[in-house]
Write a protein that binds this ligand. Structure first.
Ligand SMILES: [Zn+2]
Ligand SMILES: [Zn+2]
Length: 349
């Protein structure tokens, strides 16, 4: 075992503070990674607050990890010392079930091992995430980061990026398609960049005008402030695809009327409670409602390679580790453009 420095929370809603955790010695197929940056995802905040009532403390969050290979196990062949690599939301799975074989490891029938606050079945330990100076991961779950990408701005691609890239690929975002992105936060701003880069005509739907300039700068053609009177009517029946990134309760039934016939509304946010849909709005028009959650290893690598070719990166605010708690408060107020990223070099005991 090797001790590494980390930032974590010892009890529900306790502020994050420095702590020391243990990482295993690299096994035959492992890659030991010196972490450079880790993005802060909303699920980190939910886990620390125990909002899903399933957090095990102490918890070290973080699943948007970029770093350099520090050493490789004797049988690891995919990476070499010094390579720029990344780790996303999961670090292991059974590898043999239909979902694993299809490249959807996150839905592994035996349960994927997630990057933090998850049980590592092989080693009977709990996993600790990327708010730390190092991590050891089986090479099969490590991704290669194109050298051309700024590592701090690439970190959010590992969760926010794949979460928005995957639905655009699954539902066939094509040049000329009219795509609506609902909500312009960590997920939404990457959805706009991806959809625009894939050639579609992007409209951003946001509650107020506050983010209009950002939306246009990111590549949107049109911006709609949904709380303004008369905002919705001109949009009815307009979109081939809607990517809804909002996690607050909102009227999904009304949103579904903005789809063209055969259009799809994909939910990637997790609003609490039950969403209601009027069947006739879906039936008359063959409209579809779908959900999408991150992506498998192959698709995540495809996304990173695509970002390498097209230059897509997140807009980030890089912070020192001692500012994590302040970053959490600002995120809960929506005060970030568009992702906080921790500089792992500032994690100190
Ligand atoms: Zn995440
Ligand atoms: Zn599996």
């Amino acid at each position: 075992m090797k001790k590494v420095l980390a930032y974590g929370s010892r009890a529900a809603r306790a502020p994050l503070a420095p702590l020391t955790i243990e990482r295993r010695e690299p096994e035959a197929h492992d890659v030991e990674i010196a972490i450079l940056y880790c993005g802060i995802c909303h699920s980190d905040v939910h886990k620390v607050n125990n909002d899903w009532t399933n957090t095990h403390f102490p918890v070290v969050p973080g699943h948007e990890i970029v770093g350099r290979v520090a050493s490789v196990g004797a049988s690891a062949t995919r990476f070499r010392e010094g390579d720029l690599v990344a780790v996303g939301c999961f670090v292991d799975s059974c590898r043999t079930c239909p979902d694993c074989r299809a490249g959807h490891e996150m839905f592994c029938e035996k349960g994927a091992t997630f990057t933090f606050d998850s049980f590592d079945k092989k080693r009977k330990t709990r996993t600790f995430g990327g708010y730390s100076t190092g991590i050891v991961v089986d090479e099969r779950y490590v991704l290669s980061v194109p050298k051309t990408l700024d590592p701090a701005r690439a970190a959010p691609l590992l969760c926010a990026g794949i979460t928005t890239y995957s639905p655009l690929r699954q539902f066939g975002c094509k040049p000329g398609d009219r795509v609506a992105v609902v909500g312009l936060g960590g997920l939404g701003h990457l959805a706009v960049r991806f959809a625009a880069s894939l050639g579609s005509e992007v409209t951003v739907l946001s509650t107020s005008r506050a983010k209009e300039n950002d939306a246009l700068r990111l590549g949107a053609r049109q911006f709609v402030a949904t709380q303004e009177p008369g905002a919705w009517e001109p949009l009815e029946g307009q979109f081939d695809l809607i990517v809804d990134t909002v996690s607050a309760p909102h009227d999904l039934d009304r949103e579904s009327t903005l789809l063209r016939s055969f259009g799809t509304m994909v939910l990637v946010g997790l609003p609490p409670g039950v969403s209601r849909f009027n069947a006739s709005a879906l039936v008359f028009g063959n409209r579809r409602v779908a959900g999408s959650n991150i992506g498998g290893i192959l698709e995540t690598q495809e996304m990173l390679d695509y970002c390498g070719r097209s230059g897509i990166l997140a807009d980030v605010e890089v912070i020192r580790a001692e500012r994590i708690n302040e970053a959490y408060s600002r995120m809960q107020r929506g005060d970030v453009r568009f992702r906080f990223v921790i500089d792992a070099a500032t994690i100190a005991a």
